[in-house]
Design a protein around this ligand. Structure first.
Ligand code: 6R9
Length: 630
């Protein structure tokens, strides 16, 4: 199913547009099904109602594990590199991973988890995280992985939204020089989660934890009580595989739902093609499994293709800025998939950390999560790829399940800061504010997709109306991505960033409304407005304009207090980089905050603020500009 030349890409692309069902049927035939579909696709974007491979039966873990056992049972499935470089790395062959997944699947069953039940996973980046995810899929349970950086309140919201029956966690996590007390956070979260019956706790950091009788169980004890015989549950292609929460422009994070058959086909197809994966290569995706990139390109994509996936517990700068390159050298990584924010952060340490490290195993480089600026692109190309590795700048989203617009390594000619062309099967379209198609090249607009693909979200958990409103109502009959996009003279796509109130901080999506709600929970705060601004390393930083709470007069301490509140409510990842205290916010006469103006001020560009005469109180703008300069 790999495209090999640019001519073949062009032909395949055209075929996929002319005969989408035949195209996807051909791709799906590369996977193992217990029973094939009656119908490849039925869809409408108005409800929306999207079904791929209807009537087909399968289990995704048979595709990710069992089918590789006969020929590749001893091949490494997962190589784990710990946070501490002095600790041993661990390799799990397909045979061993299969065994562990089956065993843990039985642990889940023993503890009452049934097909369709939701399981919350809040774990460090250890092999057991992949085992837990796959064990859910094995027995037909729906996983909801929550990133280790979220607060107790955020976890509780997610657990309650999905009505999870069980939580899988660990005592703690190592992240660089820091330790995160995962179990403690879970204990706080569970005070408000009536649906959770059991908590399974893995020993990892050996930090003391409280274990509640009747509810909490040790992973190590549980796996001794079961055997490794765990037949895969037969699932429908459209049964739920997982829920993953992501921020939008309004309200609480929504649970993006992916279903088994389509997601599997899409993750496997994109992995194999985009990275040009060759047998026996080592693939290293530096994301956390708490994000979609980890789901699709640490777990499901690589394993469905029988690949070796490297899982790294630590961070690129610990114990020093050469760590990521050391990991590449140590495990002879062939394909490195990382984020612009990591590249920019490592760039700032100069070339010394790269020198003397053998990076000659590298063959393909990848980028994901946010637009990659030209400087970072060139640095990555020259110093890491030695101008000899194609860079695939992959654009996609939690909602798309897998890569959508991207070069195919060794096939598509690349261009710095361009995600280049849609993969075969993907039909992007640019529209203006009214939803009219903008045709031709050398144009910009809002990026939409006009035809379904197997990896697309099916709904937002428990609230289908919200899915419809967020993605399918802005423009009729189109999936709206929320991104702005340029199509250049060559027809190449460059994603320019979000056009809604979502900020992309270090490749993580954060809704401005969510941060505002958190800030407004702080005692004394009357109102706040949050916008993004350009940040050298993070891509975008969070800038909060807050009406000063007159609780006490120490601005500095109040600022820290507010950060503390945001950390409690959402998690440290949502902490504003800047807080500016103001006496009022620029509002229209109808009371709407003029974010456009605040965005300009945050960017430090106040030369052209546009028309501010419609404001309720134009003087407030002067005040904010003055304060922001200081
Ligand atoms: C996979 C992932 C999605 C948002 C997306 C866009 C931005 C992702 C990008 C990119 C420019 C790229 N984004 N990849 N922008 N170039 N190659 O990141 O999913 O966390 O849901 O974020 O990230 O704005 O809409 P998710």
């Amino acid at each position: 199913m790999q495209v090999k030349t640019f001519e073949e890409y062009q032909k395949t692309y055209q075929y996929s547009v002319d005969y989408p069902e035949q195209f996807w049927e051909g791709i799906a035939n590369n996977f193992q099904w217990r029973k094939k579909w009656n119908k490849v696709l039925s869809w409408n974007f108005s409800e929306p109602n999207i079904k791929w491979f209807e009537g087909a039966k399968l289990n995704i873990t048979e595709n990710c594990l069992d089918r590789h056992l006969a020929e590749n049972g001893d091949k490494p499935a997962i190589i784990w590199e710990p946070n501490d470089p002095n600790k041993e790395s661990i390799t799990l062959s397909y045979k061993i991973l299969h065994e562990q997944v089956c065993r843990f699947g039985n642990v889940l069953k023993k503890n009452g988890v049934k097909k369709g039940d939701r399981v919350c996973i809040y774990m460090p980046m250890v092999p057991e995280l992949a085992v837990a995810v796959l064990a859910c899929a094995r027995i037909g349970a729906v996983h909801s992985v929550v990133f280790g950086g979220f607060s107790a309140k955020s976890i509780a919201d997610r657990i309650n939204d999905a009505e999870c029956k069980i939580v899988i966690t660990a005592d703690g996590a190592f992240r660089g020089a820091k330790q995160i007390q995962l179990k403690e956070v879970i204990d706080d979260a569970l005070i408000g989660c009536p649906t959770v019956e059991k908590v399974i706790v893995l020993t990892h950091t050996r930090t003391p934890v409280s274990m509640l009788k009747g509810r909490d169980l040790w992973w190590e004890d549980e796996i001794k009580l079961v055997d490794t015989n765990c037949p895969a549950e037969e699932m429908d292609a459209e049964d739920l595989l997982f829920i993953l929460y992501t921020s939008g422009s309004t309200g609480k994070p929504k649970g993006v739902v992916h279903t088994i058959g389509g997601y599997m086909v899409y993750a496997g197809y994109t992995f194999s093609n985009v990275f040009n994966y060759q047998p026996d290569e080592v693939f290293f995706c530096t994301a956390d499994i708490g994000w979609i990139t980890g789901h699709s390109y640490i777990v499901y994509g690589p394993l469905s293709q029988g690949a070796t996936s490297l899982m790294f517990e630590g961070i690129p700068t610990y114990p020093d800025a050469s760590r990521m390159w050391q990991v590449v050298e140590k495990h002879k990584v062939n394909i490195l998939y990382t984020a612009p924010t990591a590249i920019r952060s490592l760039m700032s340490f100069g070339l010394e950390p790269v020198q003397g490290v053998d990076l000659s195993s590298l063959r393909v480089l990848g980028s994901v999560g946010e637009p990659i600026n030209e400087e970072a692109w060139h640095w990555f190309d020259e110093n890491i790829g030695k101008s000899n590795c194609p860079i695939v700048d992959t654009w996609w989203q939690t909602e798309t399940g897998g890569i959508m617009i991207s070069p195919i390594a060794y096939v598509t000619p690349t261009k710095p800061s361009f995600a280049t062309l849609p993969l075969p099967g993907i039909q992007p379209i640019l529209v203006d504010e009214q939803g009219n198609e903008i045709e031709g090249n050398g144009v910009s607009g809002n990026l939409c997709i006009k035809f379904p693909w197997p990896g697309m979200l099916r709904t937002t958990y428990g609230d289908h109306e919200r899915c419809k409103l967020t993605y399918f109502s802005t423009y009729e009959n189109l999936y709206f991505t929320g991104d702005g996009c340029l199509r250049d003279e060559d027809g190449y796509y460059r994603i320019t960033g979000r056009v809604d109130d979502v900020i992309n901080v270090s490749g993580h999506r954060i809704g401005t409304a969510e941060v505002e709600n958190a800030i407004n929970m702080h005692a004394g705060v009357v109102e706040s407005a949050v916008v993004g601004y350009p940040h050298d390393v993070k891509g975008q930083g969070i800038y909060a304009f807050v009406i000063f709470p007159n609780t006490h007069n120490d601005e500095d301490l109040t600022r820290k207090d507010i950060l503390q509140t945001v950390t409690r409510v959402i998690g440290a990842i949502a902490k504003p980089d800047k807080i500016l205290f103001v006496s009022g916010l620029p509002k229209t006469r109808s009371g709407k905050i003029m974010r456009r103006i605040l965005r300009k001020i945050a960017e430090g560009d106040t030369s052209n603020l546009g028309d501010i005469t419609t404001l309720l109180d134009p003087a407030v703008v002067e005040e904010i500009i003055e304060k922001a300069k200081k």
